[in-house]
Write a protein of this length. Structure first.
Length: 365
């Protein structure tokens, strides 16, 4: 299968058609090989690109010797279909799985790679696998581990759907489980035991009464969150349960480290736990600061008068930050439609994103 039956270069550019072709190629996480191969073949036909494939990740780089390098990145995978596999175009709106998250962004990257033969800075186009699953599987980890030199840049823009604004930084995430202990008994004689499910009450009361912080960091207002995401407990319809647990997700603004956030969590919950109860950390990913003082991002925002807002979720921006590459999110589409049956993207959003990045890469910063 080949891309390009409806998409041409330069004067024939039709970004909505290209996005539709990408949407028609199934690429659920761990099944991106077909799309990766098509993107690789397309990029290898471009004279000014050096293309490398690592697993199901594809990296294309210009090597003109410019002093500055920009990285444009995006994930190839989608979440599982929700009765919305395949592209459907209605006027100037494209519906379908991955249209907003983020095959519109991939179309912009691919079109730029194929059409910008003389950029004012060197460019890395990074198409990577397995973003929509646990980060341990993320293709970025594979790339930075095996070929870190391919991922170095002065700045990275990830084409996640942002409605055409810069989403700077991102909040971190911590997941933990509070496990309460009790004693089994027959429900006809509950006084002979201790109901662990009932003992979750004070924990839930802490959550219900919690007021999340809304700190302003580098001019961007973040909004933390502390939410129960799962409750487990119960043995049988006539047994007082001797154990119960609640799993909680905490979103952390970038003015705190993960260790500081964990200390905050312990201050909240340890006072309502008994000696045999436990607070168990599951996983976590650190936040990233907005980085608006970075000269590349500052120039981009200033020259093109872009709106900037905080990214409230966690994104791969944080991983790039950890690796020493400043990054932000900027792409077409509405993130609120991602992972829904109503996922869609508009032609004007894709074209506006393409045009701004084209100007940036050809005019320089």
């Amino acid at each position: 299968m080949a891309l390009g039956t409806r998409f041409g270069r330069r004067s024939e550019l039709d970004l909505l058609a290209l996005t539709a072709e990408l949407v028609d190629i199934a690429s659920e996480s761990f099944a991106e090989a077909t799309l990766a191969g098509i993107v690789e073949d397309r990029l290898r036909s471009v004279d000014w690109l050096e293309v490398t494939r690592v697993g199901d990740n594809v990296v294309a780089r210009t090597e003109f010797g410019h002093q500055r390098r920009m990285l444009l990145g995006g994930h190839l995978d989608t979440v599982p279909a929700n009765d919305n596999m395949g592209a459907r175009v209605e006027g100037d709106v494209l519906w379908g799985l991955g249209s907003a998250d983020m095959k519109g962004g991939l179309a912009v990257m691919l079109a730029l790679a194929e059409n910008l033969s003389r950029p004012a800075m060197d460019v890395t186009y990074l198409f990577y696998a397995r973003e929509e699953v646990a980060f341990e599987h993320n293709g970025l980890r594979e790339l930075f581990a095996e070929r870190p030199e391919l991922c170095q840049a002065d700045f990275a823009l990830l084409g996640e759907p942002t409605h055409g604004v810069i989403e700077a930084g991102c909040q971190g995430t911590i997941r933990f489980t509070i496990r309460m202990q009790g004693a089994r008994a027959h429900t006809a004689r509950p006084w002979m035991g201790s109901n662990a499910v009932h003992r979750l009450g004070p924990v839930l009361a802490v959550l219900e009464g919690y007021t999340p912080r809304q700190p302003v960091v580098d001019g961007c207002q973040f909004h933390e969150a502390l939410q129960a995401v799962r409750i487990d407990g119960g043995i049988a319809g006539n047994v007082v349960p001797d154990t119960a647990s609640v799993t909680i997700n905490h979103r952390v603004a970038p003015d705190r480290t993960l260790d500081e956030a964990k200390a905050h969590i312990e201050d909240l919950f340890l006072p309502v736990l008994g000696d045999d109860d436990t607070l168990e950390w599951s996983d976590g990913a650190p936040p990233a600061p907005p980085g608006l003082s970075n000269p590349v991002l500052a120039a981009l925002v200033g020259r093109y008068d872009l709106q900037v807002k905080a990214k409230l979720g966690w994104t791969d921006v944080a991983f790039f930050h950890e690796q020493g590459v400043p990054a932000a999110n900027f792409g077409p589409g509405d993130a609120r439609l991602a992972h829904t049956r109503e996922e869609r993207v508009e032609r004007v959003a894709i074209e506006a994103c393409y045009e701004l990045l084209r100007r940036m890469l050809t005019e320089g910063l």
